[in-house]
Design a binder for this molecule. Structure first.
Ligand SMILES: C[S@@+](CC[C@H](N)C(=O)[O-])C[C@H]1O[C@@H](n2cnc3c(N)ncnc32)[C@H](O)[C@@H]1O
Length: 175
């Protein structure tokens, strides 16, 4: 992951995969045995995917999206039964149109992204969500998130995860 980060730091966004603790905090709102879809945006090498799968009765409930071709190759080798869409997450709207998505799990958008990209990613997430959907987001920035003031989402819970490099903040939003 470090090599990939050095090649394209703005896209990869992290030098190491997320820890198990961060994966657990990011997935704690996934209700086991529901039959809705879980969506992970920016799956990377799959450290959070592993935690998502622990909470699902079938890997078919999960769809992951990843833009980086090398990450996708590694991901497919590790998770052959998980559907992976190799695409920019800002362009996935039509693929999931009409599907019920219970959870959207992601570190995207990073705080370092331009405002226009952040707007596009949130628009995309909100367009896929319904009143039951939980949007879970982590960031390495400990400045309190104001996304719920900028977008039509409600902050329902948050926590800090210190067992991660770097430490991270997790936010859970509802529509
Ligand atoms: C910070 S890494 C997180 C990887 C993994 N989920 C984890 O927590 O260890 C973010 C991932 O998002 C991917 N990514 C960045 N921009 C993206 C975009 N627009 N669409 C889809 N994936 C993107 C990067 O390639 C990278 O694998």
């Amino acid at each position: 992951m470090l090599t990939k980060f050095l090649k394209s730091p703005r896209t990869i966004g992290a030098v190491t995969p997320s820890s198990e603790s961060l994966g657990q905090a990011m997935t704690e709102k996934i209700q086991q045995n529901r039959h809705d879809k879980v969506l992970e945006l920016g799956a990377g090498t799959g450290s959070i995917t592993t935690q998502i799968l622990k909470r699902l009765s079938s890997p078919r409930s999960l769809t992951c999206v990843e833009i980086n071709q090398c990450m996708c190759l590694d991901f497919r080798a590790t998770f052959p039964s998980v559907r992976l869409v190799e695409k920019d997450c800002r362009e996935i709207g039509t693929i999931f149109a009409g599907q019920k998505i219970s959870n959207i799990v992601s570190s995207l958008p990073y705080r370092s992204l331009p405002r226009s990209t952040t707007d596009e990613i949130f628009e995309q997430k909100i367009s896929l969500a319904n009143s039951q959907t939980i949007i879970s987001l982590f960031t390495y920035d400990f400045i309190f998130s104001s996304y719920h003031r900028r977008y039509p989402i409600q902050l329902i819970d948050s926590c800090s995860v210190f067992f991660n490099f770097p430490p991270a903040k997790v936010y859970h939003y509802a529509i």
